[in-house]
Design a protein around this ligand. Structure first.
Ligand code: C5P
Length: 226
């Protein structure tokens, strides 16, 4: 059986990347975190003062050709990190500040065009697990397995809050919950490739599932299509 493509979409902080990374490792596939790419573009824009709401972020759009993104093995050799213009920015893209600006940036047509083309290139040979918002609908519409993940906003905010605190970020639960809700809204209502469940996607609501239960359930789904 040739390697398949697995698309994992869903709301923010549903644990998509934890699941996708583990699946990819067990199957010997490549894992692609498409959200990291939108975050890296946002980080670049923030670092270079390129966001300007009045002009619909024209400075950023004019600079898109100067943004080079790549996944590479990090210095610790464990997992792939995102490199922005040859610099490892895996940690910098996970701040609440980047989370606040990423949805408006990800709604910009030229940004999506650039990143979707890159993602399709990375996924073209199969043997890939890619997670995001529009993977099953737009990036890899022919993926053999599509999963749509969801969980209540409160549970997702709790998980994200724990993650941010664990790395030392001084954030409050209320602001994390507010960010989760705001991104849900912006991601689902934007004009270009909004977050929506592909018709042939299988829904996994993990509000009440442990990580192990969820993994076992999804592994079963993978076995059925392989
Ligand atoms: O997956 P993560 O939460 O890190 O993604 C950050 C943001 O990037 C999302 O809130 C969304 O605005 C955007 N995104 C997207 N399309 C994708 C992946 C992420 O618009 N395929």
């Amino acid at each position: 059986m040739p390697p398949i493509s697995i698309a994992i979409d869903g709301y923010s902080s549903t644990g998509k990347s934890t699941l996708a990374r583990r699946l990819a490792r067990d199957l010997g596939y490549i894992y692609i975190d498409s959200g990291a790419m939108y975050r890296a573009v946002t980080y670049y824009a923030l670092s270079n003062g390129l966001l300007d709401e009045e002009s619909a972020h024209k400075p950023l759009l004019d600079s898109l050709d100067h943004i080079d993104l790549e996944f590479r093995k990090a210095a610790d050799g464990q997992q792939a990190h995102i490199f922005l213009n040859c610099r490892d920015v895996e940690r910098e893209i996970r701040t609440l500040e980047v989370s606040r600006y990423v949805s408006p940036v990800a709604a910009l047509g030229p940004v999506r065009k650039k990143l979707v083309a890159l993602q399709r290139g990375m996924g073209q040979r199969g043997g890939v697990v890619m997670d995001g918002r529009d993977i099953g609908t737009v990036v890899l519409p022919d993926a053999e397995l599509k999963i749509f993940m969801t969980a209540s906003p409160e549970i997702r905010a709790e998980r994200r809050y724990d993650e941010l605190r664990a790395r030392g970020d001084q954030v409050s639960y209320a602001e994390v919950l507010e960010n989760v809700r705001q991104r849900d809204h912006l991601d689902s209502t934007r004009e270009i490739s909004p977050l929506q469940q592909a018709e042939d996607a299988l829904v996994v609501d993990n509000s009440q599932m442990t990580l192990e239960e969820q993994y076992g359930y999804v592994r079963e789904l993978v076995n059925q299509v392989m």
